[in-house]
Ligand binder design. Structure first.
Ligand code: AP5
Ligand code: ZN
Length: 210
């Protein structure tokens, strides 16, 4: 299955992608995680991306298209994948069409801006593997420690309320138009955010007919 998870920052794309990749046995490709690793390792892509990410702006399309094309060519992506956080602009979606990828579905996670700002304050991510947690909604078994790899959990630099508000503005302007783009191709499934992570997974699987 080739799936896109769409939604504003903090909608739960990364959280659901982690769960779905185990259930469906296909890899998740998160441009956010790829870029954060690139920044940490000081690669040329990381050096280009850092200032945009810190400001809550989108990294230029040509950088993202390069990153995603390289990742999709790898062997583990040949039987399907889940895209988390990409495409994020119409040019990115068009670039994926141009290379001949046909998606099975695009799931749009719907959640209000107010809920997002509140939620992001409690998010913690693993510094080693990128797995997302939440101090209240999805706490790790041991405080401050990743369940998956034992790495240290930390708040993300771009989760400060003022940066979250800028990311939301960017989402509404640049990314939300993708809903019409994929609705026109009969691929769009809209899923309302549910009170818990597990209920949201159930709603996604139902929307996908699984
Ligand atoms: P990226 O890492 O993609 O960030 P984002 O889209 O802003 O999304 P987030 O990772 O913040 O949220 P999420 O939807 O994954 O939510 P999560 O599951 O963590 O991008 C970061 C930056 O990189 C961008 O600003 C940009 O600069 C750059 N970038 C990346 N891709 C790009 C692209 N394609 N083009 C250009 N630039 C790009 O959940 C959030 C929290 O809520 C967690 O703590 C979680 O535990 C909790 N939670 C989740 N679901 C629920 C629920 N149902 N109930 C209660 N709590 C929940
Ligand atoms: Zn980890």
């Amino acid at each position: 299955m080739k799936l896109i998870l769409l939604g504003p920052p903090g909608a739960g794309k990364g959280t659901q992608a982690e769960i779905l990749n185990k259930k469906l046995n296909i890899p998740t490709i998160s441009t956010g995680n790829i870029l954060r690793a690139a920044v940490k390792n000081g690669t040329p892509v990381g050096l280009q991306a850092k200032a945009y990410m810190d400001a809550g702006k989108l990294v230029p399309d040509e950088v993202i298209i390069g990153v995603i094309s390289e990742r999709l060519a790898e062997a583990d992506c040949q039987n399907g994948f889940i895209l988390d956080g990409v495409p994020r602009t119409i040019p990115q979606a068009e670039a994926l069409e141009k290379v001949g990828i046909t998606f099975d579905a695009v799931v749009s996670l719907e959640i209000s801006d107010e809920e997002i700002v509140e939620r992001m304050g409690g998010r913690r991510v693993c510094a080693s593997c990128g797995a997302p947690f939440h101090v209240k909604n999805l706490p790790p078994k041991v405080e401050g420690v990743c369940d998956a790899c034992g790495g240290k959990l930390e708040a993300r630099a771009d989760d400060k309320p003022e940066v979250v508000r800028d990311r939301l503005k960017v989402y509404h302007k640049e990314t939300a138009p993708l809903k019409d783009f994929y609705a026109a191709r009969n691929l769009l499934k809209t899923v309302e955010n549910q009170p818990t992570v597990a209920e949201t997974t159930t709603a996604i699987l139902k929307a996908l007919g699984l």
